[in-house]
Ligand binder design. Structure first.
Ligand code: PGA
Length: 280
């Protein structure tokens, strides 16, 4: 009313506008999947992996149904782990797939072989693959195509190295990793994609990005995706990875643009992995 001082009317107007925006983001956030994915890397024997997935399944009962758990074991026991996880709430992913469909590619495992096991996800573009196995955007485009052709959902990883962060080039690096690969997807493919932001300097180092650093770049990633795919980018799950553990998951997951985590070391202990799931 007119008796209310102008500054108060303006102030409350601003606040209510902010609220509407907030609740709008909330609605979007609810539409996004909450995901806690475990990247076991080159760890666990088949017996250990089987034991680990069984413990994860048993303990997952204590976590909100809204959290989607994924475990990504090595190829040697992908089949056994997928079998053990059948009918449970824990989905299974591979850590990599071949760039080609089939043929004379010694040592490679195709997306078709992986999908035949009932596996639903595949991690692609992990920084360790880029760094140690020379994976480039060119290879990754082929791997993404193979994944989609066989009904696998890629968890596409992006992230800058320490020297790139120090030179303040992290936005530019991540943008290029998205443009060179994700921009080549169709809208239909993009709708299934999961992204993982993993700063290389935080992987396995015990050094985590702060929740603010994660939110800043996750929001940026979403804006880069929106430039190409529009509003669909609001539904993309963007996971944080890099020394994520029970003690820091809650703070990081609380951020508006963080939809879960890709967990390395802490995924090797069922209690820790499950505790991270409770961070939502
Ligand atoms: P970390 O690994 O949790 O051990 O840092 C994460 C990853 O590389 O996916």
């Amino acid at each position: 009313d007119s008796k209310t001082p102008l500054w108060m009317r303006l102030n409350s107007g601003f606040r209510s506008k902010f609220k509407i925006q907030n609740s709008k983001f909330k609605i979007f956030k609810i539409m996004r999947k909450k995901i806690v994915a475990g990247n076991w890397k080159m760890n666990t024997t088949p017996a250990e992996g089987l034991e680990l997935v069984k413990n994860v399944i048993a303990q997952s009962e204590a976590v909100c149904e809204c959290v989607n758990f994924i475990v990504c074991p090595p190829f040697t026991h992908l089949s056994q782990v997928a079998e053990a996880a059948k009918g449970s709430r824990v989905a299974v992913g591979a850590q990599n797939c071949a760039a080609e469909a089939k043929g004379a590619y010694t040592g490679e495992v195709s997306a078709e072989m992986i999908a035949a096991l009932g596996v639903k996800y595949v991690i692609l573009g992990h920084s360790e693959r880029r760094e140690y196995y020379g994976e480039t955007s060119e290879t990754l485009n082929k791997k993404m195509a193979q994944a989609y052709a066989n009904g696998l959902t890629p968890i596409y990883c992006v992230g800058e190295r320490l020297e790139e962060r120090e030179a303040e080039r992290h936005f530019e690096v991540v943008k290029a990793q998205l443009e060179e690969v994700v921009y080549n997807l169709t809208a239909e493919q993009f709708a299934k994609l999961v992204i993982a932001y993993e700063p290389v300097w935080a992987i396995g180092t015990g050094k985590t990005a702060t929740a603010e650093q994660a939110e800043e770049i996750h929001a940026y990633i979403r804006s880069v995706l929106a430039e190409k795919f529009g509003e669909a980018a609001e539904n993309t799950a963007i996971l944080y990875g890099g020394s994520c553990k029970p003690s820091n998951a809650e703070e990081i997951f609380a951020k508006a643009n963080v939809d879960g985590g890709l967990i390395g070391g802490a995924a090797l202990k069922a209690e820790d992995f499950i505790a991270i799931g409770k961070g939502f």
